[in-house]
Design a protein around this ligand. Sequence first.
Ligand SMILES: NC(=O)c1ccc[n+]([C@@H]2O[C@H](COP(=O)([O-])OP(=O)(O)OC[C@H]3O[C@@H](n4cnc5c(N)ncnc54)[C@H](O)[C@@H]3O)[C@@H](O)[C@H]2O)c1
Length: 340
Amino acid sequence: MKEKVLINGIGRIGKSILIQLLQKKEYEIVIINEINPYIENIVYSINYDSTYGSLEDKFKVVEESYIQNSQTKIKITNHSSLFDLDLSDIDIIVDSSGVKTNIEKLRSLPVKAIFLTHPNIQADINLILGANENDLDKQKYKVISTSSCNATALLPALKIIDKEKKIICGDIVTIHPLLNHQRVLDGHFVGSSTRDVEYNFEFGRSSTQNIIPNKTTTIKACSFVDSKFNHELISSNSLRVPTDTVGAINVTLFVEKSCTKEGLIEIFKEYEKNQKFNIVLNNFDPLVSSDFKKEQKTTIIDHRYTDVKNEKMIKLLVWYDNEWGYASKVVDILDFYSNN
Ligand SMILES: NC(=O)c1ccc[n+]([C@@H]2O[C@H](COP(=O)([O-])OP(=O)(O)OC[C@H]3O[C@@H](n4cnc5c(N)ncnc54)[C@H](O)[C@@H]3O)[C@@H](O)[C@H]2O)c1
C-alpha cells in the first residue's frame, strides 16, 4: 500500500521533497496545497528550476485543479490553513510552508502523521537521522519535526565526536546561502509571528549585495533533538551569503580526551563505512560549494581543513546542500517512519 501524501507549501523545500518522492514507488502525492493561487505558475515553478535544472517529465495543468505528467496526477488546492482541507484520502502531511501552526490543533487532523520541515519545540519529536531516530515511537508521536538543514548537518558530527572524545565546549559559524524570505534589494525587514523566520532588520537588506550576519537557530534546533547540545555548550552565529544552495559550518570544539587529526579522520571514515543512513561523506578533494549541490549526504566533512591543536581543540569544516540534501533527509525520515 502506498503512503498517500499531501505537501503543504511548494517552495524551495516542498519542491525538492516532491521531486524526490516522485522517484519512489512507496508514495503517492495526492494533494499539493499552496497559497499561490495561480496553478499555471505552480506548474511552471515545478517544471523549471534555476538551481537544479528542469524536470524531464514535465507537468501540465489538467481539469482546472490538477497537474499531471506521464506518471502522476496531483490535485492542487489553495487553502491558507490545513484545517480547511479534505484529508479523507491522506495518510501523511509534509508541511513545508514554514507557517507556524497550533500543534495541539495539528494533532487533531485525521492523518497518521504530520512532518514539519522546521524545528519546533512543541512537536512530539524533533528528529535527525544519526542522532535520535531510535526515539521515534509511532504509537505516541504524530507531529514530527524534521529539524533544520544546519542542525541535520551538524548534530551527527557533534555526536560522533562527543561519543569518542567528550565535548567540553565549542563554537560554530554557519555560512548559509540565500533564502526566499530575504530581499533582493534593500526593503523593509521580513519576519512574522506566523512564520518561522526571525524578526531581523538585517534580512531586509539586499541579499545579493551583502554578507548578512545573524543569530542562527542551529544550536537551539540541535537542543530540541538532544538537550545536551545547547547554547551552554556551544556558541553560534551565521553569515548569510549570496549563493543559491549548499551551506558550510565552521566548527571549533574543545574536548576532554586527547586526539590527533589522523585519529579523527579515522573515526569519521569508520562511521561512513558502517552508517545505516546517508549521512557522513568524507571529502579530501579540492572542491567548492557548488560541487556538493544535489549531494544527499548531509554531513560532508572536508578533511582538508580537519585540524587538532594542543590535542584538545578540534576544527572541522562541514558542507551540506541545505535544499536538496535536507529534503533527501526528510524523505529518508518518511521511509524510516513508514518501515518501522
Ligand atoms: N530553504 C532551506 O534551505 C530550508 C532548509 C531546511 C528547512 N527549511 C524550512 O522549510 C520551510 C520552507 O522553506 P522554503 O525555503 O522552502 O520557503 P519558501 O518560501 O521557498 O516556500 C514556502 C512555500 O510555502 C507557501 N506557503 C506560505 N504560506 C502557506 C500556507 N499558509 N499554506 C500553504 N502554503 C503556504 C509559499 O507560497 C511558498 O511557496 C521553512 O520552515 C524553512 O525554515 C528551509
